[in-house]
Design a binder for this molecule. Structure first.
Ligand code: GRG
Length: 303
């Protein structure tokens, strides 16, 4: 099976879990409609697939805990997109090929829909994971990656750098200049969630310490590579194909890889990260071929 078919199979599995978990919730009216709208919009489900692949790799098969962890990370990721699209943040009209949540509903509904997804992710981890110790580990990983020393820090730095570069100059300086600052933003905003996906899958599959460490490092590297590819696509892709507004980063004078390093160096860095990520999989042998393919696919992705 080629990589896209493998990803699409995992996406179908995750979509079914998400639908089931949402329909179990006693929610009605606009909130229910908006939650279903954003969750059923056609996301690629890369982070949740990564949870499932890492669990399969170390544990031999997908188990119930991995299924729940995959749904939880997808909920948190979707919340971040809904909030990122709000007028106070990126102010976007298009997401996953559809009007953004605040355009399809209204701003208050979009804020609450994001809040609901973030909260629900932790509720399902607390209630549905088989072992309390595993639940606590998963909750800790997800909270750390999505929280103020993770995705929120990255988003804050990204927005502040865009809106008031002078006010943010000290953080820029303390991170050592543009390239380091860029890495700071994208490691926090994007890569830590990929690391978290790998960590959650590894925990659910019962990984040993070395396996866990290798998969976490792999996740961090492909996460950064994924973001570089995203920055490149913002320059080269079309809104229609991407399902989100292309060309926004340059317009907003965003701190992106092509803007700081140039296009060629950005592509080289993405390739280097993919190679390093693939090298981290050596101890797993051919069993890790899907994760190797994932690392390489980042370089060729078109959406
Ligand atoms: C804390 C509110 C808040 C936001 C967090 C994730 C984020 C910051 C903002 C989203 C905007 C963005 C471009 C983030 C970089 C990560 C990224 C490439 C997101 C898009 O992920 P895909 O391509 O999206 O996996 P789909 O729609 O396929 O799930």
């Amino acid at each position: 099976m080629n990589f896209n078919a493998l990803l699409s199979k995992k996406a179908t599995f995750v979509n079914n879990t998400l639908r089931f978990l949402l329909t179990q919730q006693p929610i009605s009216g606009d909130l229910r409609e908006a939650l279903i709208y954003v969750i059923e919009a056609p996301g690629k489900r890369v982070r949740s697939a990564l949870v499932l692949w890492c669990c399969e790799l170390v544990g031999g098969k997908i188990n119930h805990n991995a299924e729940i962890a995959a749904a939880a990370i997808e909920m948190v990721h979707t919340y971040s997109l809904v909030h990122d699209d709000l007028p106070a943040m990126d102010d976007d009209d298009l997401r996953r090929g559809l009007p953004t949540c605040h355009k399809a509903f209204d701003e208050a509904t979009a804020i609450l829909t994001g809040d609901a997804l973030l909260t629900l992710a932790f509720e399902i981890l607390a209630k549905e994971i088989d072992e309390p110790t595993v639940a606590v580990e998963l909750i800790g990983q997800l909270a750390q990656a999505a929280g103020p020393a993770g995705m929120i820090a990255g988003q804050m730095a990204d927005l502040k750098a865009e809106n008031s570069p002078h006010r943010f100059a000290s953080q820029k300086r303390s991170s050592g200049g543009s390239e380091e600052f860029l890495e700071y933003i994208h490691t926090n905003k994007t890569a830590k969630m990929f690391r978290c996906a790998a960590a959650m899958g590894a925990i659910c599959g019962g990984a040993g310490k070395d396996e866990f460490d290798h998969l976490c490092e792999y996740g961090l590297k492909i996460g950064l590579g994924f973001q570089i590819a995203d920055d490149i696509l913002d320059v080269c892709g079309s809104s229609k194909h991407l399902g989100k507004t292309a060309g926004k980063d340059a317009k907003a004078d965003k701190t992106t890889y092509p803007a700081v390093l140039g296009m060629e160096k950005s592509k080289q860095l993405a390739k280097k990260l993919a190679d390093e990520a693939a090298a981290l999989l050596a101890p797993f042998g051919p069993k890790a071929d899907t994760l190797r393919q994932l690392a390489m696919t980042l370089l060729q992705r078109t959406r």
